[in-house]
Ligand binder design. Sequence first.
Ligand SMILES: NC(=O)c1ccc[n+]([C@@H]2O[C@H](COP(=O)([O-])OP(=O)(O)OC[C@H]3O[C@@H](n4cnc5c(N)ncnc54)[C@H](O)[C@@H]3O)[C@@H](O)[C@H]2O)c1
Length: 254
Amino acid sequence: MDFTNKRGIIFGVANSRSIAWTISKSLSENGASLAFTYQNERLKAPVSKAVKDMNPIELLECDALDENQIEEVFKKVSKSGPIDFVVHSIAFAQREDLGGNFSETSLDGFRTALEVSAYTLIPIAKHAANYINKDGGSILTISFEAANKVYPGYNIMGTAKAALENSMKQLAYEYGEKKIRVNAVSAGPLPTLAARSIPGFNDMRNIHANKSPLKRNITHEEVANTCLFLLSNLSTGITGAVIPVDAGYGIMGL
Ligand SMILES: NC(=O)c1ccc[n+]([C@@H]2O[C@H](COP(=O)([O-])OP(=O)(O)OC[C@H]3O[C@@H](n4cnc5c(N)ncnc54)[C@H](O)[C@@H]3O)[C@@H](O)[C@H]2O)c1
C-alpha cells in the first residue's frame, strides 16, 4: 500500500505498545506523513520518544474531551497541507467501573467511559470533515466485540463500544457525500496499557487463542494491516463497516 504524499493525524498513541503506534509505524513505513497528539503533558515525553523515528509533522497536546484542542490540531496540521486520514484510537473507563457487577456502574463512570471512548469520535470527525482533502478521505476507529456480546469484566466499556460503533455508522452516513469514509476495526485482545486495566484480560487472551478458528491470538501488526487497508484507496467502496480482526473468534457459538 502506497501512502506517499498522504498525510494523517493519529489520536491515541501512549507508548510503543499502543495499537495506534503499530498502525502509525506501518503507515510511516509505507510513505505516510503523520501528525500525533498526546493526551496531556505527562504523556508528551513518552509519546515524543515513541514516534520520533516516524518524523512527525506535528506533535500536539489534545485532550479529546476538549473540542477547542481538537479544532486547534486540525487547524495547525492543515496549515502545512491537506489531511487525508484520521485514526481515533482512544478509550478510557474508571477502574472501579471495570469488573464487578455491571449494575454497580455509577452515573459518573458511565459518562466518563461513554464520553471518552465514544463521544470523542464525533468532534474529531466533525473537525476532520472541514479539513480533509476535497477528493475524499478516511476516518478510522478501534472497537471490540463487547459492543455486541457480554464480556464479563469489560462492563461499561462494552456499552461504550456499542455507542462508538453506532456513532461511527451515523458519521459514515453524514459524511458520505463529502467522500469521507468512516469505519471501525474490531480488534481481538492485545496487551496494551488500556487492556491492562481490564480484569481477567489474560484469561480473555487464552480463551481467544483456544476457541478461535485460527487457534491463536491476533497480533498488533494484523490489526494495523487491516487499518491500512481501510485508510487506503483499496477500500474506497467501504464505509460504515466494522471489520473484525479476531482470528475468527466472533463467529463461534461454542
Ligand atoms: N488492547 C486491546 O485488547 C483492544 C482490543 C479492541 C479494541 N481496543 C481499542 O483500541 C483503542 C486503543 O487502545 P490500546 O489498547 O492501544 O491502549 P492504549 O492505552 O495504548 O491507548 C489508549 C489511548 O487513549 C488515550 N486517551 C484516553 N483518554 C483520552 C482523552 N481524554 N483524550 C485523548 N486521548 C485519550 C490514551 O492517552 C491512550 O493513548 C481503544 O479504543 C481500545 O478500546 C483495544
